[in-house]
Design a protein around this ligand. Structure first.
Ligand code: GLN
Length: 542
């Protein structure tokens, strides 16, 4: 029997509901329960795939090829449970489904309404595909009081009624602002937010209160009294120096205990958090540090590179060092002689990216890494730009470019209109819509014997997640290999270059996929581990 935990947020956005959900999922797992985490996003976009990274942060891609909210990345990193398409839904998807059904005649002439048709579609989503889990933890995006979230709140209210309170728990994450002049925490916004929730028929069972200062017994009692919860269910959530310390912090505050008590599962085994403690210990007290330069475009909004930052941290954990990231805007390298920022870093990473702005700066940064023997890791766009650099500098292909920026003489990187996935042929064209025309999700890749990546992965076949529209043109393979660039990972049919590496370089690897999406604190991704190792070695030479 699957039990449902619904997590809403109040007072302000950016409260860390995603982390809170992920940490609760991890605690339940530590108590030997199976969990599935999902996110309900009230916005009208069908998925975040076409949203600007400045608006939405990173687009997290699942194995089965869905473009989802970045919180799914936290879920996967914290619980190790691979997320799926069905774990993220938006109002846009719900309405599209309802409208398609209406056109199809499924509603038999009924007037189609938010209640029950939209709410039914939401309930179907929430309850589908969670049978294998003891707990389904469902986070509702946005803040209570937003117009968009009302159908979602109504749907979970109904579920609370239909499944019974013994199978549903409502958890509300709020903020207790600290008034410096008065020297006290303010509980009123939380009271109001809970009232708002109650006005739609939901009474929270547990409150997670984000706060800069410890919550006193008095304040806890006051919140409990006004918000109609037990004082033990008012969970203090202080800011933390590491996200990986959050499961331990919440456990100390009794979060998992209160949740299990609600469901009458008081006999559940105590969690062992030794693994989490080891991760936090490594994050807090590493043996030295190393600086990596990340050359990108969205460097003013680090949410755009969420998984990347985490994967580098994991690489640091594996090498027992702190990875410091220098976020560098690639446009600065487009002016002559502006490469000195790169002289300060022990490794250069160019992450995924879209569009022409700053692309030449990335080509230059890749060239710097190649010439100076600085470890270089190119991810997706970072691989494409490195190949263009090698083609121009080593293979004499002066007009090398990508058709992403318009027609070009030597399309080293171009659009591929057909490719195979399993037994199926997938198609796209230059003028297909932007939504969902990319190669998305996990694809297999064969690693060439004797290559660096084969040794790093320790296996011949890997599956990694993709999100890109353009591909490296395999017709240039011979010419680039003659120039020293090895094609060390290929799609099984040999058509799609997936990994390239430079033989005469300490560490120069470009990958067409996004390895950062699969890295976890307990299982750092081998490429990140090895890249950080190479950077540590480089830093000793600096
Ligand atoms: N813009 C490139 C493409 O579509 C790279 C995408 C990426 O880096 N994720 O192929």
């Amino acid at each position: 029997m699957t039990r449902f935990i619904f997590i809403t947020g109040g007072v302000v956005s950016s409260l860390g509901k995603g982390l809170c959900s992920a940490a609760l999922g991890a605690l339940l797992q530590e108590r030997r329960f199976g969990v599935r985490l999902r996110k309900l996003d009230p916005y009208l976009n069908v998925d975040p795939g076409t949203m600007s990274p400045y608006q939405h942060g990173e687009v997290y891609v699942t194995d089965d090829g869905a473009e989802t909210d970045l919180d799914l990345g936290h879920y996967e990193r914290f619980t190790g449970v691979a997320t799926r398409k069905g774990d993220n839904v938006t109002s846009g998807q719900i309405y599209s489904k309802v409208l398609a059904r209406e056109r199809w005649g499924d509603y038999l002439g009924a007037t189609v309404q938010v209640i029950p048709h939209v709410t039914d579609a939401i309930k179907e989503f929430v309850t589908a595909g969670v049978e294998d889990a003891d707990f389904a933890v469902c986070e509702i995006g946005g803040t209570v009081g937003d117009i968009e979230s009302l159908p979602f709140l109504e749907a979970i209210r109904q579920l609370g009624n239909e499944l019974g309170r013994e199978r549903c728990l409502f958890m509300h994450v709020t903020l207790l602002p600290f008034m410096r002049v008065a020297g006290e925490l303010k509980t009123k916004p939380t009271q109001h937010s809970v009232k708002e929730l109650q006005s739609v028929g939901i009474s929270p069972d547990v409150l997670v209160c984000r706060s800069e200062q410890p919550i006193s017994v008095e304040e806890r009692r006051k919140i409990a009294l006004f918000c109609n919860v037990h004082p033990d269910s008012v969970i203090q959530a202080l800011d933390s120096d590491s996200i990986y310390a959050v499961p331990r912090d919440y456990h100390e505050q009794g979060l998992d205990r209160q949740v299990l008590k609600h469901f009458g599962l008081t006999e559940a085994p105590q969690p062992s958090l030794a693994g989490w403690d080891r991760v936090v210990q490594r994050v807090r007290a590493p043996d030295g540090s190393v600086t990596i330069g990340v050359v990108g475009k969205y460097t003013s909004l680090l949410d755009a590179y969420k998984s990347l930052g985490e994967a580098l941290t994991h690489g640091g954990i594996a090498n027992n060092v702190r990875v410091k990231i220098n976020w560098l805007d690639s446009e600065i390298f487009e002016k002559d002689g502006q490469l000195h920022e790169l002289e300060q870093v022990a490794g250069i990473l160019i992450p995924g990216g879209f569009g022409e702005r700053g692309a030449e700066g990335k080509v230059r940064a890749a060239g710097f890494a190649r010439e100076r023997g600085v470890p270089y890791f190119g991810i997706c766009f970072g691989m494409q730009m490195a190949i263009i650099e090698v083609a121009r500098s080593l293979a004499g292909i002066e007009g090398a470019g990508s058709t992403e920026f318009g027609p070009c003489d030597e399309p080293l990187v171009g659009i591929l209109t057909e490719w195979t996935r399993g037994n199926q042929v997938e198609r796209r064209s230059n003028d297909s819509d932007l939504g969902g025309t990319m190669r998305l999700g996990a694809y297999p890749c064969n690693l060439v014997p004797g290559s660096k990546v084969r040794q790093i992965y320790g296996t011949a076949l890997i599956h990694e997640r993709h999100r890109h529209r353009y591909e490296v043109n395999v017709n240039y393979r011979k010419c680039l290999e003659a120039a020293g660039l090895r094609f060390s990972g290929m799609s099984p049919d040999g058509e799609l270059p997936e990994i390239v590496e430079l033989a005469n370089h300490p560490w120069f690897v470009g990958v067409q996929f996004h390895p950062e999406l699969k890295s976890k604190p307990f299982e750092p991704h081998p490429l990140f581990t090895d890249f950080v190792r190479a950077a540590v070695k480089q830093s000793r030479l600096m």
